[in-house]
Design a binder for this molecule. Structure first.
Ligand code: ADP
Length: 402
């Protein structure tokens, strides 16, 4: 089976053509500058996930339709193509940011599904319109091809009300659907499922914390394979401090800044989303590698940014261990979680009382599935590389086979 996985953003669109059963990727790429001019970067990939052919094309992409057309056309290209005809593509899986409280799992795209994605635009104003455009462009380019929507919020829909409600007047929940939704759900689901498999015990016996630490970061608390709590909220701005996002702050700060600097709430939120986090504290970069280099050279602000991140993540681990009433397994994933051993060690510092003991030698490993805790650590600490595209392809295949 071959599934085309699409992740459509407002001005970009990522794609992978892959086998959902083996995880083998045939081709992947990126359309950029949609609505501006348009560039396609396409890679043909071998069994070892190495790019064997690469092609960049400047193609006018006034809308997502031209972007999708360019992707479909290069997939069947004589030189850079990986299929003879689009009939070989069995179905398309789309990453969709916000499913509101309507979607607890992935679903086949039909009129009701599209309407629900549209209804969630107020909750995901930047991403949902783009996700919908990607779906409609595929429908137009490949009429009749099965499509599946996979929601970033769906995995978190098992949270109990005590975790997802905000303590604000009920009408904002009932009429406006203001509650904690959480994001990175596809990654949290993929990684927690894998951790449970690797632990070799029934899901009902395992309490797991997943730390998805990348440019955007979130943690989730999982019991019986189901999400019990997560650090992001109504939007991905909440939780731990991130690359350019502030994470949790006192809401009064928004009013203070708006009043003092004549900013609108939107301008202030833009600052909290794009100019805050590690970038703001370090004054140097949002990239954790740059912060490490800066800290090594004696830049105290870079060291402080990393300290604040480690401290923020450690506090969530403590909170979620308490929320779960214990902990069997802690998993690190995503760019920082998979690659930055120093950060993992810093986060786990002082958590021996919780039964977390990191083995410094094992913790040197990067980007591969491995245990990094000592044999006598009560909590097994894993690094598990995430693969959201594979999860999307697997959901798509499963729903299309039904
Ligand atoms: P996102 O998907 O949220 O954009 P990723 O999960 O790809 O982010 O993570 C990107 C981040 O991972 C980068 O900003 C960088 O800070 C960090 N990262 C990647 N590789 C390394 C590494 N070798 N050491 C430390 N940090 C790394």
């Amino acid at each position: 089976m071959k599934i085309l996985v699409i992740n459509a953003g407002s001005s970009s669109l990522k794609y992978q053509l892959m086998d959902p059963d083996t995880g083998r990727v045939y081709a992947k790429g990126l359309c950029e500058r949609i609505g501006i001019d348009g560039r396609l970067t396409h890679k043909v990939v071998d069994e070892n996930d190495e790019a064997v052919l690469k092609e960049t094309r400047e193609i006018p992409m006034p809308t997502h339709s031209e972007a999708i057309e360019s992707v479909l056309s290069i997939l069947v290209d004589e030189k850079f193509g990986v299929v003879k005809s689009l009939d070989e593509v069995d179905a398309v899986g789309h990453r969709v940011l916000h499913g509101g409280d309507k979607f607890i799992e992935s679903c086949i795209v039909d009129e009701a599904c599209k309407k629900a994605i549209e209804d969630c635009i107020p909750l995901g104003p930047l991403h949902n319109p783009a996700n919908l455009k990607g779906i409609i462009a595929c429908e137009n380019a490949m009429p009749g091809k099965k499509q599946v929507a996979v929601f970033d919020t769906a995995f978190h829909m098992t949270m109990p009300p005590k975790a997802y409600r905000y303590a604000i007047p009920t009408k904002y929940y009932e009429e406006d659907h203001i509650r904690r939704y959480g994001f990175h759900g596809t990654s949290h689901r993929f990684v927690s499922k894998r951790a449970i498999e690797l632990m070799g015990k029934p899901a009902s016996e395992l309490k797991v914390i997943v730390a998805h630490l990348g440019n955007g970061s979130s943690l989730s608390a999982v019991a019986d394979g189901k999400c019990q709590d997560t650090s992001m909220g109504l939007s991905p701005l909440a939780g731990v401090p991130m690359g350019t996002r502030s994470g949790d702050i006192d809401p009064c700060i928004v009013e203070f800044i708006c009043n003092k600097y004549g900013m609108t709430p939107s301008e202030c939120l833009n600052m909290l989303n794009k100019k805050s986090g590690m970038l703001a504290v370090s004054g140097v970069s949002s990239d954790f590698r740059d912060l490490e280099a800066g800290a090594k050279e004696g830049n105290d602000n870079c060291a402080l940014a990393r300290d604040m991140f480690a401290y923020g993540v450690r506090k969530y681990i403590g909170a979620y261990a308490a929320a779960l009433g214990g902990l069997d397994c802690l998993v690190f994933t995503a760019g920082v979680g998979e690659n930055d051993g120093k950060m993992r060690a810093q986060i786990c510092e002082g958590l021996e009382f919780l039964g977390i003991k990191i083995d410094p030698e094992k913790n040197k490993k990067r980007g591969e599935e491995c245990v990094i805790s000592t044999p006598d650590s009560k909590v097994t600490v894993w690094v598990i590389p995430t693969n959201e595209e594979l999860m999307i392809a697997q959901d798509t295949a499963e729903l299309c086979r039904k």
